[in-house]
Design a protein around this ligand. Structure first.
Ligand SMILES: Nc1ncnc2c1ncn2[C@@H]1O[C@H](COP(=O)(O)OP(=O)(O)OP(=O)(O)O)[C@@H](O)[C@H]1O
Ligand SMILES: O=C(O)[C@H](O)CO
Length: 374
């Protein structure tokens, strides 16, 4: 039995989900052998999943999205693979008192975090992006790693995506030379391009507090930024702006593709590899996956869809646990999930469902075991 579920955002971490599911399964089937691989898709919870898989914890003080220092964690494996999560440095959770800063929030701290991973000896970086407070195209991150972004007077630009409208010259030649020898994988939660109707400002700007006017300003600023970078590094900068994942996390995907030589991969695929899911799957006979909300998004590359695809390919049955379920049985079936057990079936009151998620999940796992394991 393999438990490979993501967090239930707002109520349980992926590690807690695994613990409660295991407890419930064992209550129904005493002595059941259960292995767990808490999973994540590159978005928040990615470093936590790597730590649960045995990576070493490294904590660093870096610049937060609006300039105040924050403590960010990255995870390092003894084989030299680092898992770095941009939200640890530049995520929405670091906005003081939750106050948005759509035009001025910076990814500078993410660049500092990447530098710390290089300092710690990382030879390969899995760069998980998503959940960002920023829309600066990764300019702050590149600046922290040695790039220079200057206005017409030759002064460095102030932080954030808005000021990129005044960018006159970009110079990436000062980037940390260790990056050239480092394999960077962009593990993204989304595949949007940098700008346009499906771009970072239009699609994800509003969740960072951007008004309609801000979205238009950010889209123009990022388009201009990409043009200036084309002058600095050549036509590949234009290709990167259109590439899947360029628009992830406020365009940090673009910054990583252009400046860090990153390659884009769907986050869940990369993370399953990094977390040792394959060998665990080979030992399993049945798989439980899940996340907080099983919905349309789940089908688009979220953790349970990735787990179910891999498990079905190995010929194993998959069922899911979740807080809430917003998919019909046919859609679950297409994703390779035989049945889902939502906590809201056990406790219809949403607030109690969140507050008592642990014990409810144990009951859901017991029911699942009775249905499938006896
Ligand atoms: N215990 C719970 N009971 C009912 N619903 C829950 C519970 N825990 C989480 N949820 C629902 O799940 C939502 C979070 O969904 P989920 O954990 O799938 O993350 P997400 O928002 O899709 O983000 P990510 O992309 O990081 O996975 C919450 O907003 C809530 O609606
Ligand atoms: O951070 C963001 O902008 C979203 O999570 C998409 O990557």
């Amino acid at each position: 039995m393999l438990v490979a579920a993501d967090k239930f955002k707002g109520s349980l971490t992926a590690v807690e989900v695994a613990e409660h599911v295991t407890a419930g399964l064992r209550r129904a089937v005493p002595g059941l052998a259960v292995e767990s691989v808490p999973v994540a898709d590159g978005g928040d919870g990615t470093v936590a999943a790597a730590l649960a898989a045995g990576f070493a914890r490294h904590e660093v003080r870096v610049t937060g999205p609006v300039g105040d220092p924050v403590t960010a964690t990255f995870a390092l494996h003894e084989d030299g693979t680092a898992v770095v999560e941009m939200a640890e440095a530049s995520g929405l959770q670091h906005l003081p008192e939750g106050r948005f800063a759509p035009l001025t929030a910076t990814t500078y701290g993410t660049g500092e975090l990447l530098r710390a991973a290089l300092d710690a000896g990382a030879g390969r970086i899995v760069f998980g992006v998503g959940g960002s407070a920023t829309t600066d195209g990764g300019a702050g991150m590149l600046a922290a790693l040695g790039a220079r972004f200057l206005d017409a007077a030759g002064d460095p630009l102030p932080p954030g995506g808005g000021p990129l409208r005044d960018l006159a010259t970009a110079d990436l030649t000062g980037l940390d030379p260790r990056l050239a020898g480092t394999d960077v994988v962009l593990a993204s939660d989304v595949d949007n391009p940098l700008t346009g109707p499906k771009g970072a400002p239009a699609v994800y700007g509003p969740q960072k507090g951007a008004s309609e006017q801000d979205v238009a300003a950010l889209d123009a600023a990022l388009s201009h930024y990409a043009k200036v970078l084309e002058t600095a590094v050549g036509p590949r900068a234009a290709e990167c702006a259109l590439a899947p994942g360029a628009g992830a996390a406020g365009g940090i995907g673009y910054g990583a593709l252009v400046g860090l030589g990153a390659t884009f991969r769907p986050g869940i695929d990369v993370m399953l590899e990094v977390l040792g899911f394959g060998p665990a799957l080979a030992r399993a006979t049945f798989v439980v996956t899940g996340e907080g909300s099983l919905d349309e998004q789940t089908l688009h590359g979220k953790a349970p869809a990735g787990v179910a695809a891999a498990a079905r390919a190995a010929g194993l049955d998959v069922v899911a646990v979740c807080g809430r379920l917003a998919l019909p049985p046919e859609a679950l079936g297409r994703a390779g999930i035989r049945r889902a057990y939502p906590l809201t079936d056990l406790e219809p009151d949403p607030a109690r469902c969140m507050a008592e998620a642990g014990p409810l999940l144990e009951r859901a796992a017991e029911a699942l075991a009775r249905d499938f394991l006896r």
